[in-house]
Design a binder for this molecule. Structure first.
Ligand code: MOS
Length: 761
């Protein structure tokens, strides 16, 4: 359900197309199986690869015997570090600039060194997948194993401060004198939370079909950002990016795990080059756990100090995170707190402990997902100590401007989200004393948490063309990772040009199209959408210019400044013409235009404002008095995220994020074996995610908002907002139900049960 409430009057759209809950343009293709995913592509002569992973986490390949595999039926190639085409060295653990993080060379099979468990040590290519996999089992590898480091908590004292966090944020921020404020405060919280390794598991695994034609490489793969893949492949293969074409029109989920090319892509390209045949490789689900990124294990200490009225005098958020010994990744876990609540004394710090594991990567809502899980629980703990309602505590600490940057917020409706959510959820029915509300032998609890997520804008260009029949085609190398990009871009183009959505064809996922920032960081809709919006405006100008000056035009000599595009017509004063007729008459070949947006500059004043989307999460849980079993009963999210382009696809984004919140609070955890350094539960049987039966009734409400500082159409990112704080609302509800505060995520029943109040039968 989607409803709106006035807080910031929206502009009328030109056509009313933006903001309508259109079904997904690509929905029928997906239902019919006509949306082709990377591994479903087949070219004449395609061969199949299978990757063999290392059986140790650290050491050297002392001996690798591939003779038997090479003799196995239908085998075409066995590639190891001995015969793989030359690639650059892996390079330094710290990448010099943020863009290079995405585009640096990441070679595979280029060394006898093993750096993490299940790192590729061989690739077998055969006529069939089965033959390749069977032959991989015939390779004998002897390792010189070395002792590795796999334990974060035992090495916190050795942690180092990186030069910056992910996305280029300052590692630390210090304002005022936190330690003195904390020492002097009458009310305080000092709590340490632990979050485990987590893995994103898109339904579509990482998969690539690579084919060479002369020295041109074409790669069908599953990518969130085509430009990154192109650059990463080019630097790894040491060829110019112009010779690499990436095609990725449909993606079965990414969640950050497809922002850079992985071993399937690099090895398919190399093997296809060696064999001069197309080669297809997919990571197995098990291989994805070691080879496609993860969210690192973290320890977070949150310290809050307040006066007796509940005004924060100090906020300190310290994060220790696992990272990889060979490539640094520092999730920006405490960064959100620099913009969330007012307090005169503040500290955020990020520290890293290098382990002998693969690098962490971006996983849905890097930073906020683990950071708000901890921090918004600490706020709940502080509210209880103060005897204040958790919403009231947050309202009392609402800042008038960004507390660390000292600039105004573009829009910020956090308080409105909390108040509207409280009203809808029936927050007044919450018993503030934990463990008091019961239904039979179940404890019932309510919890809430705030949500905040930055509104990023990445550089993007779009090309739009109208043909002599009035059909509009928009092309960008943007991707639709299941989020609804095709649909909202279609709406933006239709709105800008005043034509029905049936006149628009949006083509995505080909690196031959103009470059965008792709899908990631919740920047996709705003960045690609702004570029397309600008391209449509240029197209309108071109059409008008020609219409005014062409004698074949019914609008010849009209004043273009007064023109409007609506209902498939251009009108100037009393005169109007059908757009299709007009174009046919004055330009039978049609018109074409490009439009762009620069990074962080969708509006002239973008950087002068603190730009975020906001929300409030509410959760109700039931906890079994006897077993500690936790069941979700309902969730509500009220979001203030600028203009909502399509309430249907937006709602899907939010409920997907809320479901991740349940996973982070209750289920998700990858167990790293501290002896051998491998992820033990590396499949979907053992790695638990919420399934339908775990997910309660979810309600999503969007406040009416238009952020004119964000971009020309006033929208902000929402892809990650739904997860931000959602898990904390669940954890806070469990506390309210039981009085048991578990700070070690996920909150499984074994952690709750020993501390549950005993209820007489
Ligand atoms: Mo997102 S984790 O930047 O795809």
């Amino acid at each position: 359900m989607t409803e709106t409430k006035t807080s910031n009057r929206p502009r009328e759209t030109r056509s009313g197309i933006i903001g309508r809950p259109f079904d997904r343009i690509d929905g029928p293709l997906k239902v019919r199986g006509d949306a082709t995913y990377a591994y479903e592509n087949t070219l004449e002569g395609t061969a199949f690869g299978y990757i063999l992973g290392a059986a140790v986490a650290k050491g050297r390949i002392a001996e690798i015997d591939t003779a038997e595999a090479e003799r196995a039926p239908a085998v075409l190639l066995v590639m190891t570090h001995r015969n793989a085409p030359a690639q650059p060295d892996f390079g330094p653990a710290v990448t010099p600039t943020v863009p290079e993080v995405f585009t640096r060379a990441r070679p595979a099979l280029n060394s006898e060194r093993v750096r993490y468990y299940d790192e590729p040590v061989a690739l077998v290519v055969a006529e069939t997948f089965e033959a390749a996999r069977a032959a991989a089992g015939l390779i004998k590898v002897r390792y010189d194993e070395e002792p590795g480091l796999y334990d974060l908590s035992g090495h916190v004292a050795d942690a180092y401060a990186p030069k910056r966090t992910n996305a280029g944020f300052e590692t630390d921020s210090v304002i005022g004198d936190f330690e003195s404020a904390f020492a002097a405060a009458p009310v305080k919280v000092d709590a340490t939370y632990r979050t485990p390794f987590e893995h994103h598991n898109p339904m579509e695994p990482h998969a690539t079909l690579a084919a060479w034609s002369g020295n041109e490489l074409t790669i069908h793969t599953s990518a969130q950002t085509l430009a990154n893949f192109r650059a990463g492949v080019a630097s790894t293969l040491r060829i110019p990016p112009e010779r690499v074409r990436i095609i990725s029109p449909f993606i079965g989920g990414g969640f950050g795990s497809k922002l850079i090319a992985h071993a399937d892509t690099i090895l398919a390209a190399l093997a296809a080059q060696v064999l001069q045949r197309p080669v297809k490789i997919a990571l197995t689900r098990q291989q994805m756990f070691a080879n496609a990124g993860h969210r690192a294990e973290m320890i977070q200490q949150v310290r809050l100090s307040a006066d007796t009225d509940g005004r924060l005098t100090g906020i300190a958020h310290d994060v220790w995170s696992a990272t990889s010994s060979f490539e640094e990744y520092c999730e920006q876990t405490a960064v959100f707190g620099r913009s969330l609540y007012a307090a005169p004394n503040r500290v955020t710090r990020h520290r890293l402990v290098p382990l002998d594991i693969n690098r962490g990567e971006w996983m849905r809502s890097p930073g906020e997902a683990p950071g708000m899980l901890a921090f918004e629980c600490a706020m709940d703990e502080l509210a209880e100590r103060l005897g204040l309602d958790p919403i009231e505590l947050r309202i009392r600490n609402e800042p008038v401007q960004d507390p660390e940057r000292g600039v105004p917020f573009s829009t910020r409706n956090l308080v409105a989200c909390m108040e509207e959510g409280a009203r809808r959820f029936g927050w007044e029915r919450r018993n503030p004393t934990p463990g008091r509300a019961r239904e039979g032998r179940k404890f019932i609890g309510y919890g809430m948490a705030a949500a905040i997520r930055p509104n990023y804008i990445g550089a993007a260009t779009a090309r739009v063309a109208i043909d002599g029949d009035g059909r509009v085609t928009a092309r960008l190398d943007m991707t639709d990772i299941g989020t609804g990009t095709y649909t909202i871009l279609t709406q933006i183009a239709a709105d800008s040009l005043g034509v029905p959505i049936s006149s628009i064809k949006v083509e995505l996922g080909d690196s031959r199209f103009p470059r965008t920032a792709g899908s990631g960081g919740s920047w996709g809709a705003a960045s690609a959408g702004s570029a397309l919006h600008n391209a449509c405006n240029v197209l309108r100008e071109r059409i008008l210019e020609a219409a005014q000056s062409s004698e074949a035009s019914p609008l010849c000599g009209a004043n273009a400044a007064q023109a409007s595009f609506a209902d498939g017509e251009i009108s100037v004063g009393q005169r109007s013409a059908s757009l299709a007729d007009l174009v046919r008459r004055i330009a039978p070949d049609g018109f074409e235009a490009e439009g762009s947006v620069a990074a962080g500059a969708a509006t002239p004043s973008y950087k002068a404002y603190s730009q975020h989307s906001y929300g409030a999460h509410f959760a109700e849980v039931a906890v079994d008095c006897d077993t500690g079993e936790i069941r979700m009963r309902r969730m509500l999210a009220v979001m203030g995220a600028g203009r909502i382009l399509n309430p249907k696809t937006a709602r899907s984004q939010i409920i997907g994020g809320m479901t991740w919140g349940i996973g982070a609070a209750l289920m998700e955890q990858t167990v790293l074996d501290r002896r051998y350094g491998h992820f033990v539960n590396h499949d979907l049987a053992e790695y638990h995610v919420p399934i339908n039966g775990d997910v309660p009734e979810m309600e999503v409400v969007f406040l009416e908002e238009h952020d004119d500082k964000a971009n020309p159409f006033g929208a902000k990112g929402i892809g990650e907002l739904g997860i931000c704080g959602a898990g904390a609302a669940v954890a806070n509800a469990i506390y309210n139900a039981t009085g048991v505060r578990v700070r070690d995520f996920p909150i499984t029943l074994d952690k709750v049960l020993p501390a549950l109040p005993v209820i007489a039968i």
